[in-house]
Design a protein around this ligand. Sequence first.
Ligand SMILES: [Zn+2]
Length: 175
Amino acid sequence: MSAKYQLPCACGRSVAIEPKQAGESVVCECGAVLLAPTMLKMATLEVASEEPALAPSKIGPWGGGQRMELLGGVLLVAATTLAILAVLLLRPVSRYEAVGPERIHESFQHLSPWQSWRAWESMKIGIDPRPDKRYVRQSRNYFSGLGVAAVLAIAGVGLVVEGMRVAKGKRGWIG
Ligand SMILES: [Zn+2]
């Protein structure tokens, strides 16, 4: 790794430059465009330390990028958990799935005529194409759960990607 030099800026900060950047314009953190000096003049500049203390002392060992990555990871785990829970607990079960035909037949044998008639009436409602309210409610919960999980997953992926980008950019800027 070639030596780096600190090119001071009017704002008080300095920009780390490499000899190969001699004569090129570099941008300071403040946005000012600085002209890197020639190689000869660059040698008179302060040598940038290999492991600068600026970032860790300010942000700590966990930089903004890593925090984002961590948060993204937590969100992804939460999204996965939520999706699994939604499938396990909220998956809608239609009346026909919940009550098998044998069960219905069996239960009819223990019913009084009046109860049979009531049961038959309720079954007609079940067969009726009108929406099964319980099923609709379950479906709504189920798809809300999956929707929230999807949003969390997208946010998690976004944070991880952004965190990696930030962390990489910082590493690139320092080293
Ligand atoms: Zn500056």
